[in-house]
Design a protein around this ligand. Structure first.
Ligand code: NDP
Length: 396
């Protein structure tokens, strides 16, 4: 029996709350975020009196420490924003609490994410005998666990990896992002990057693209972007000669994005407006649709998976493992769309792996470092069934 503290009451936090509440391994649940009313709304929607709520500013280590000392959780599920990763990890160390998140640290004033900041906590978590589980959403998260599963069961050596992420859903809006707009726009407008022959190759944003076929969806133009799990995967699977990440974007979305950038609304540095400093991208977030609100009219599916090429028993093989998730089904179950759903389900399941003692150890871990089997065994029942295709055409 264990106590879990969820931090962040957005789209992903909503799904985590539903899934954790439905799992009897969690005896007590608290949901805390910057805006208490959002926590209360989610707790009421989940029902059953399972979730208590609190207000916390997760940028403040002292506030987090007070909250953790009073609730005494076994593990924190951090589904606030990547800006809060380090403060929450600091508070966990101070209070002897284990940690899990879904996105790696990013400083507010620099559109740049990498694991080095969080990997630097390795010694402190190890010495404290605490576990930190990094990147346990879908991508990063399930994507990396799928690679570990493939390496364990289907290959002696994996040579190339292409993570393919398609959102073929339609929310009926001219422009909206599927998760936090600020984080999303920072991610997709940066330069592309992939791993080849032992080094990183950089590209202009969206320079490399091709049509890929997604199961039950069909062909979609897919763009090579940099994604954070590539950094840990090439380290943990050193046989990889090439590792890339592809995401689909519609022309309408790309046009909006280009305009947003061209007119300066994607800027992350403060500008003076009527004597007040505002950050354009934060202002933009305030006027764009809340990703949580997209769910009600969202139709279609997401399809995310890994296309792998490698060798087994001296023979070359290909392997494609993926999940398709339906926006309407996700909304029916949790009141949020499939992008929040595919992130929240693995976060809740990863925390369950920890409390069941299956993913545990002193230190800081990326998800692919744990045994993928118990996680993959439960993933379908938790709402994200997966499919394997052996020796098909990877198109890549
Ligand atoms: P939202 O913006 O919907 O939710 C973020 C929540 O965090 C909000 O409730 C917000 O509060 C709260 N928050 C922000 N700052 C603070 C703070 N200083 N103190 C306390 N609470 C704070 O984002 P999403 O739910 O869409 O995304 C959540 C996380 O999931 C992000 O880190 C995102 O990068 C990650 N993600 C990971 C994916 C994966 O597959 N690995 C995919 C999609 C998202 P308020 O409501 O007051 O603004």
């Amino acid at each position: 029996m264990s106590k879990v503290l969820i931090i962040g009451a957005g789209g992903v936090g909503t799904v985590v709350a539903h899934k954790v509440a439905a799992n009897p391994v969690f005896s007590q649940i608290m949901l805390a975020s910057r805006t208490l009313s959002k926590c209360d709304e989610i707790a009421a929607a989940v029902g059953g009196g399972r979730i208590s709520t609190a207000r916390v500013d997760a940028d403040s280590v002292p506030e987090l420490v007070v909250l953790m000392r009073s609730f005494r959780p076994d593990i924190v599920i951090n589904v606030a924003l990547p800006y809060q990763d380090l403060t929450i990890m600091d508070a966990c160390l101070e209070c002897g609490v284990n940690y899990l998140d879904t996105a790696n640290y990013e400083p507010k004033d620099e559109a740049h994410f990498e694991y080095s900041w969080q990997w630097a906590y390795q010694e402190r978590f190890r010495r404290a005998g605490l576990t930190a589980i990094l990147g346990c959403g879908f991508d990063p998260g399930v994507s990396a666990i799928m690679v570990a599963y493939a390496a364990k069961h289907h290959f002696d050596r994996i040579d190339s990896l292409d993570i393919v992420d398609c959102n073929a859903g339609n929310h009926g809006m001219a422009f909206a992002t599927n998760f936090n707009p600020e984080i999303n726009i920072r991610e997709v407008t940066q330069r592309g990057k992939y791993w080849e022959d032992g080094r990183w190759v950089e590209t202009a944003p969206h320079e490399i693209h091709k049509s890929l076929t997604y199961p039950e969806i069909g062909p979609r133009e897919s763009y090579l972007i940099y994604h954070e799990e590539l950094e840990s995967l090439v380290k943990n699977f050193p046989t990889l000669q090439r590792a890339r990440f592809w995401m689909t974007f519609g022309q309408e979305y790309l046009t909006h994005l280009r305009v947003i950038q061209n007119i300066g609304m994607a800027r992350i540095d403060p500008v003076l407006y009527n004597g007040v400093e505002i950050v354009p991208i934060q202002f933009l977030k305030a006027v764009l649709p809340d990703p949580k609100s997209l769910g009600a009219n969202y139709t279609g599916k997401t399809s995310i998976g890994c296309r792998i090429h490698g060798v087994r028993g001296g023979q070359e093989h290909t392997y494609y493992i993926y999940n398709n998730c339906d926006h309407e089904q996700a909304f029916k179950e949790t009141g949020t769309q499939a992008v929040s759903y595919t992130t929240g389900v693995p976060a809740a399941l990863g925390a369950a792996m920890f409390v069941r003692g299956l993913w545990k150890g002193p230190g800081v871990f990326n998800v692919e470092q744990f045994d993928p089997d118990p996680f993959m065994a439960d993933l379908g029942a938790q709402g994200l069934p997966w499919v394997e295709v052996h020796d098909g055409d990877l198109e890549l």
